[in-house]
Design a protein around this ligand. Structure first.
Ligand code: MSP
Length: 510
């Protein structure tokens, strides 16, 4: 069995989480759950990015200290993730002492290795991005992402010698063709590198809200420079609880497409500068859009839905936690942008969940109750459904391994479709009780058992409930997948449970 260390970006605590933040977290959660199901040892990290100008400004505008502000917002992320059934093993806050220790240890190593020097920096700064722009890269003096005027800054700073890593990064990319996926994003990262790398300013004296530079305490580290290191803090880099060797060789970062440069250029260079192999893999994720624009705090007032109407808690109250998770995982291929809308989540709910999955379970349970005295029969060995199930198991497995939850779910829904078609074809509800009906229902129950296993990463609670309804004990998440996800394991003789619809239909808004 392998190991799997997966991380989300750490979220800025300038505001509570929105469905865009939930998107990345739910994807990471499903991947973590898949790997646990497969029998891997998993570590899943998420957390909050609490330093920098943006947080200091937000706190000031609320009339509180940055520490008071972050202490107030960080728990809202914990709550949101708990409500979405996120199974993270650790939650890191960059204001924790363990992070200070790792950042200082890591950067002191880079300093001692000769890749950090002092100089004066001048440039245009966007506080929302916490990033500098050149005039050419700006939108006539405004931030190309946030549309806000950029501020001119001049500071004496410590610099990281990124320029020294161009060739090493190119060689690293060459040797690790799957370092960044999808390939379009890999090419984007490569073109940043080929375009020439300038040294980057990594400290600030203009603010004090940050981690002090150990060799020059008038400076604090620039927020991005501190934030990236969180991935090492959580595995104990530079501390007595060091587990870097254990986790780092199987490490995977999920990161939004706007932060490619930080994760796919700076971060591997920083690791190389510290004498550490870079992270194993960066999976870039696209954006959820509303009306074609990035869903988030800076959304237009005339967007088709208001951000406050689509916060994760409102959506899960309306649709259920698992259906929301399903929608976020299924609707968009990880890596692409996807348009979020109430219509599309409602359509997914009614079609995939209520009509296809919910009805399948309900009708099989109903017919087993009517024709087999409520005792689920065992499957036959040679059902035509078996081939469909085996295809779905293979395809879903491969898709989960390749960071493609939507394709894994698509393969799962093909099995659901095939099972519904099998039932239509044989119409067990019209058959007399006896061996023939038992064998059809046994096959359907076995397909449902496999579906319950396959949906565990996406819909863990629904999977458990289906397991219970078909009379099984234990949990569909127990795994290991290769052992339990084999045709013919439904034992037969189980008491099925008739209950309310799993997904009551939602009336579409006209
Ligand atoms: N704090 C930095 C990350 C530091 S990681 C060392 C940051 N924070 S963020 O809160 O602005 O964004 C965190 C993640 O949320 C990013 O990957 C970003 O792409 C993602 N999302 C924010 N809005 C999003 C959508 N509308 N859709 C999908 N993901 C989005 O950047």
């Amino acid at each position: 069995m392998g190991r799997f260390y997966v991380t989300t970006p750490i979220y800025y605590v300038n505001d509570a989480p929105h469905v865009g933040s939930a998107y990345c977290t739910v994807n990471a959660d499903a991947l973590a759950r898949w790997h646990r199901l497969a029998g891997d040892e998993v570590k899943f990290l998420t957390g909050t990015d609490e330093h920098g100008q943006k947080i200091a400004d937000t706190a000031a505008s609320h009339g509180v200290t940055p520490q008071a502000w972050v202490d107030q917002i960080a728990p809202r992320f914990l709550e949101a993730w708990r409500d979405l059934n996120i199974s993270n093993d650790d939650f890191i806050r960059t204001t924790e002492p363990r992070h200070f220790r790792t950042v200082q240890a890591f950067l002191t190593t880079i300093y001692e290795n000769g890749f950090i020097y002092k100089d004066v920096y001048e440039g245009l700064y966007c506080v929302s991005c916490e990033d500098y722009y050149t005039l050419e890269a700006s939108d006539e003096g405004k931030c190309p992402i946030h549309g806000r005027p950029l501020t001119e800054m001049q500071e004496e700073n410590w610099f990281f010698r990124l320029s020294a890593f161009q060739d090493r990064l190119l060689a690293f990319y060459e040797e690790h063709p799957n370092f960044v996926t999808p390939e379009t994003r890999r090419n984007e990262a490569l073109s940043f590198i080929k375009g020439g790398l300038k040294d980057i300013s990594i400290t600030r004296t203009s603010i004090s809200w940050g981690i002090p530079v150990p060799w020059d305490e008038r400076h604090v580290f620039y927020v991005w420079y501190d934030a990236l290191i969180n991935y090492l803090t959580a595995i104990g880099y530079g501390r007595e609880d060091d587990e870097v060797e254990k986790w780092w060789p199987n490490s995977h970062h999920l990161v939004g497409k706007e932060i490619i440069r930080f994760h796919c250029v700076w971060w591997p260079a920083m690791c190389l500068a510290a004498g550490l192999e870079p992270v194993s893999h960066v999976q870039v994720t696209g954006w959820l859009l509303v009306g074609g624009k990035k869903l988030g705090k800076t959304m237009d007032a005339d967007a088709p839905v208001k951000l406050t109407d689509i916060v994760p808690s409102t959506l899960s109250a309306e649709f259920g936690v698992d259906p929301l998770r399903y929608y976020l995982l299924r609707e968009t291929i990880l890596g692409n942008d996807g348009e979020f809308s109430i219509e599309s989540i409602t359509a997914r709910y009614n079609t995939d969940l209520a009509n296809n999955l919910g009805n399948l379970v309900a009708r099989v349970v109903a017919v087993v109750t009517a024709k087999c005295a409520g005792l689920g029969p065992a499957p036959s060995g040679s059902s035509t459904l078996r081939a469909s199930a085996e295809r779905a198991l293979g395809e879903a497995r491969l898709a989960w391994e390749r960071f493609a939850p939507s394709l894994a779910l698509e393969a799962t829904w093909e099995l659901i479709g095939a099972t519904n078609a099998y039932l239509e074809e044989h119409a067990p509800w019209k058959m007399d009780a006896g061996d023939a009906v038992s064998s059809v229902l046994g096959d359907a129950l076995e397909a449902i058992r496999l579906v319950a296993i396959l949906i565990t990463p996406a819909m863990p609670s629904v999977a458990e409930e289906i397991w219970r309804r078909i009379g099984l004990v234990g949990s569909p998440a127990e795994g290991p997948f290769d052992e339990v996800a084999r045709w013919g394991r439904y034992p037969g003789g189980q008491h099925v449970v008739k209950a309310d619809p799993l997904f009551p239909r939602i009336v579409e808004v006209p």
